[in-house]
Design a protein around this ligand. Structure first.
Ligand code: UDP
Length: 234
């Protein structure tokens, strides 16, 4: 049973790379595609933002100009979306890839109407290229698009399975939150989602459900309101 009518699914680039941590793990991408197919079949409208961390992170470069590094990062997300969109087509889901800047014949220029039209025809819209501006992240692009597209929730699939009070990799006693107000995420500097994205969520009352991509059927469970992840609420 679906819990939402329209969702924005954020896939971290890193999670799509699986154990390889770079590039793509095809099996992971096919598993994601089959789960999203189930969502679309249940009548849920789905748009997808993919990070670029499996190829490139602008902020980690100390040698080249930040703006140029971020441009490479945004282009990495375009490659990710074109690849994953093709995997979706392979499992039988119609897709369209949108960018906030012209990419010739490779993508369509983002517009709210264009994306809603794609979703209402049973297609999945891939929102590539982030916000189109440097000094932002794909998390911020995710919140911006979710608000703009009137989504019910952001489903954030990560390599980690929820929000913890401290790093679970460093502390085996780390406690996972079932639900946490976004303001608390901000106050406690939990750093799950970047500051700009968190504030944009709070200002626009946009909830986020953060869960592990590697858990069996976790995207379907998230869309049905049965997730083991953390609900970040306003
Ligand atoms: N980026 C950007 N503007 C945006 C979105 C992304 O400049 O609106 C760049 C930035 O360099 C970032 C990279 O693209 O480091 C990849 O995005 P992100 O780090 O958000 O991917 P993730 O870490 O979630 O895989």
């Amino acid at each position: 049973m679906k819990a939402y009518d329209r969702v924005l699914l954020k896939l971290s680039g890193e999670a799509l790379a699986g154990d390889k941590r770079t590039g793509f793990d095809e099996d992971t991408c096919i598993r994601v595609a089959n789960q999203v197919k189930q969502l679309v079949t249940e009548g849920i409208q789905v748009s997808i933002v993919i990070g670029g961390g499996n190829f490139w992170r602008g902020r980690t470069s100390e040698t080249i100009d930040r703006t140029k590094a971020d441009q490479i990062g945004m282009l990495a997300t375009v490659m990710n979306c074109i690849y994953v969109s093709e995997i979706f087509r392979y499992v039988g889901i119609p897709t369209e890839v949108f960018t906030p800047f012209q990419c010739g014949s490779m993508t369509k220029l983002f517009s709210k109407d264009g994306v809603i039209d794609c979703m209402s025809r049973g297609g999945v819209a891939f929102l590539a290229g982030g916000t189109g501006h440097p000094y932002f992240s794909t998390d911020t692009a995710t919140v911006l698009r979710a608000v703009e597209l009137d989504c019910d929730i952001i489903l954030m699939a990560r390599a980690v399975d929820g929000v913890y009070d401290c790093d679970p990799k460093l502390n085996p006693n780390a406690k996972k939150f079932h639900e946490i107000p976004l303001q608390e995420v901000l106050d406690k500097k939990l750093g799950v989602v970047d500051l700009t994205a968190t504030v944009l969520c709070i200002e626009n009352k946009m909830p986020i459900l953060l869960f592990g991509l590697s858990e069996d059927n976790s995207i379907v469970a998230a869309a049905q309101g049965k997730s083991n992840g953390t609900r970040m609420i306003v």
